[in-house]
Write a protein of this length. Structure first.
Length: 286
């Protein structure tokens, strides 16, 4: 009977675990829907803004706007890594951390000094545990990032680039495609690379009033790039967590079936033994 009781305790434990993972799956599903809505709302604007800024690049403008400067040699780079504050999301955080490590190794192999900036507890914990200096460690950005969050992340890096303290700024985040596919990616935010349709500085759009537009548009472009990355990361995190919790729930269900069969066999064996003892005792009295 001790064996049956032990199996029963395990069944109860697995049932509790399955209830927790099922609840987390439902919560992640709800958050995933809202997160994807933010992604699809942000992407068209981000794409259009990027095309406009890249098409306006010219050497003349680079002399007037420090944010457009293109250093002859990259000696120091800043790397901004976006991870989650929580785990239980499959390989989501591990993949982002691996991408950031590879980027750091590549830059350092080229003789480039690096500064690491991280938003997300998981990334911070990983690099600090390994003794990697983290200049910025942010844990206050939640599941619904805002434009203000994006500005607070990019503003110091933009200032460092304009002042010449860093020569490049890289961003490591998720490229959200679907709930099942959100690979990590590294992208160079600064310096801004001209697009194929770049125009010269003497076009009519760059009249004196156009200069005022550029002064407003260039910081907006960077802020929006970070905001888009934040919302894509949030959607990727919830998609990964939903998939992980669904797998955990399904595995718990399979384990329950196995344990239930084991419990039934143990009970049948116990009942058979009790019947045999009763029959044996009755026969001994005759």
């Amino acid at each position: 009977m001790a064996g049956a009781r032990e199996v029963r305790r395990r069944i109860k434990s697995v049932e509790n675990t399955r209830q927790i993972t099922r609840t987390m799956e439902l919560v992640a599903t709800s958050k995933f829907k809202r997160a994807t809505d933010r992604v699809y709302a942000a992407r068209p604007y981000a794409g259009a803004l990027s095309d406009i800024v890249r098409s306006l690049y010219s050497p003349d403008l680079a002399e007037r706007y420090r944010i457009l400067r293109r250093p002859a040699e990259v000696k120091k780079a800043a790397v901004l890594l976006l991870t989650a504050n929580r785990g239980l999301a499959g390989g989501f955080n591990a993949n982002l951390i691996r991408e950031a490590r590879n980027l750091l190794w590549d830059l350092r192999a080229r003789g480039i000094e690096t500064d690491l900036h991280i938003a997300g507890k998981k990334g911070i914990a990983f690099f600090k545990f390994r003794g990697e200096p983290v200049l910025t460690a942010r844990t206050d950005i939640g599941d619904a990032p805002t434009v203000a969050d994006a500005e607070s992340l990019i503003a110091p890096l933009r200032a460092h680039f304009e002042a010449g303290r860093v020569d490049a700024v890289y961003l490591v985040s998720s490229n959200f495609r679907s709930a099942m596919s959100a690979p990590p990616q590294s992208q160079e935010l600064l310096p801004i690379r001209p697009g194929e349709s770049a125009v010269s500085a003497d076009r009519s759009i760059l009249s004196p009033s156009g200069d005022l537009i550029l002064e407003w548009m260039l910081p907006l472009y960077l802020r929006n790039a970070i905001y888009t990355a934040l919302v894509e990361n949030a959607a990727a995190e919830q998609g990964a967590r939903r998939s992980a919790m669904k797998s955990a729930t399904d595995n718990a269900g399979e384990m329950l079936e196995h344990l239930t069969r084991s419990y039934n066999r143990a009970r049948q064996a116990q009942i058979t033994q009790e019947i045999a003892e009763i029959v044996g005792g009755s026969a001994a009295l005759e």
